[in-house]
Design a protein around this ligand. Structure first.
Ligand code: LMR
Length: 403
């Protein structure tokens, strides 16, 4: 029985978390999964989340009824305002359909499923950046959308392969779907400049391409929620057809609550209503209705002015600490250790991750000899570094680079 079921490989990222937990070495460091840690390597419950939880659990009217199929309305509408801006025409003209999802993964899945069924494909495939978040390679094929890649990362410059990226946009069949990271690109930490975003939008408009935005790090890149939504808002301003997958796992530290949203922008309010009806059918058959707790917390945070201000401070605390770690790592490598090579990308990259540029063999050596856990592509989660372990990491990296 079940002899035909092959053994699947473990997930590249969560396997690292399990290996890290099982490791008893006193200096072990987890730079694998993209989850924020404080200066003592501990998960950080945002002060604003503590306050919102307090309010929620003391609410005598709290019950455990089903949410509507498309989610908590005051959550989805506030989430849409957060990403598009409250004065955005898609909000004021009611042209966005927002549905609560099982975090960013669920948003990607529901968005992909919707496109798979209803998009007017010339060539059914999604273009994702090379590289991208590993899970993108699984989510789309699951709903029968093959994945192709567009050049993104240039190992020569440890930066953006912009001309090759633009070339792929230009050569793709009209009305192709391109997955774009709204900010803080995972895994490289390399984002296009505003000027480059403008050029990307120009070609996408010209070719009628569709932008599938994955926005998992709003606030994490620059510490400013509006600034990190710039690319999405610029694409809206230029009328590039798009949807946005949104997650509150990272920026609200609500990893386990699975609180996210899918926002599909339409040319008219009437189309938005029809899209909502179809998303409801899809959501009903998959999850029936989404989980309430995380959505209630985020709704309280987004809809209560004092909590919203506190959240902005908390987001700055996280992004600020990460930026400090970037500066310190750069200083250690370039000034103290004089590690061979150019390390400016450490401070130029943005968000949760840094692509160190080291080889799979060097990454493996760090895991095996130094007990420093990172993905084999050389990505490190900057949030795993802190005052206590950064020197150990820099020295170990230095050794790995020198061979
Ligand atoms: C990551 O890339 O480490 C995170 O987005 C966690 C995940 O789900 O893979």
């Amino acid at each position: 029985r079940w002899t035909e079921v092959p053994l699947a490989p473990p997930d590249a990222i969560f396997q690292l978390t399990a290996a890290f937990k099982a490791d008893t070495h006193p200096n072990k460091v987890n730079l694998g999964v993209g989850a924020y840690r404080d200066d003592n390597s501990k998960p950080w419950v945002l002060p604003v989340v503590k306050k919102a939880t307090e309010i929620l659990v003391n609410d005598p009217a709290l019950d455990h009824e089903y949410l509507p199929i498309t989610g908590l309305p005051e959550y989805t509408s506030a989430a849409a305002r957060l990403v598009f801006g409250s004065d955005s025409p898609v909000i004021t003209e009611e042209r966005v359909t927002s549905v609560q999802t099982i975090s960013g993964t669920g948003a990607n899945h529901l968005g992909a499923l919707f496109l798979s069924r209803f998009y007017h494909w010339n060539d059914k495939r999604v273009f994702v950046s090379d590289p991208t978040w590993v899970n993108h390679h699984q989510i789309f094929p699951l709903v029968d959308i093959p994945v192709s890649t567009y050049p993104y990362y240039d190992p020569q410059t440890i930066g953006l392969a912009f001309p090759a990226f633009l070339d792929t946009l230009k050569k793709a069949t009209p009305r192709s779907v391109f997955l774009l990271h709204a900010c803080a690109h995972n895994p490289t930490g390399v984002d296009p400049t505003r000027e480059q975003w403008g050029e990307i939008a120009d070609v996408m408009l010209e070719k009628g391409h569709f932008a599938f935005f994955d926005s998992a790090y709003q606030g994490f890149a620059s510490g400013d929620l509006d600034n990190d939504a710039w690319a999405v808002r610029e694409f809206v301003r230029r009328n590039v057809p798009l949807l946005v997958c949104q997650s509150f796992a990272k920026n609200a530290g609500l990893y386990g609550e699975r609180v996210g949203a899918l926002h599909v922008v339409s040319p008219s309010k009437e189309a938005a209503v029809r899209i909502k009806s179809q998303l409801s059918v899809l959501a009903r058959s998959e999850i029936s209705n989404p989980p309430a707790h995380g959505a209630r917390l985020v709704s309280l945070i987004l809809n209560t002015p004092e909590l919203f201000e506190q959240w902005k401070r908390d987001v700055k605390t996280m992004s600020g600490r990460i930026i400090e770690m970037r500066k310190e790592l750069h200083r250690l490598l370039t000034e103290e250790l004089k590690t061979p090579g150019n390390w400016d990308h450490i401070v130029n990259q943005i968000g949760m991750f840094s692509f160190t540029g080291i080889s799979p063999a060097q990454s493996k050596a760090l895991v095996e000899t130094a007990h420093i856990y990172l993905t084999s592509n050389g990505r490190i989660s900057m949030a795993g570094l802190n005052k206590h372990n950064i020197r150990y990491f820099a020295e170990s990296l230095d050794k790995a680079v020198r061979g």
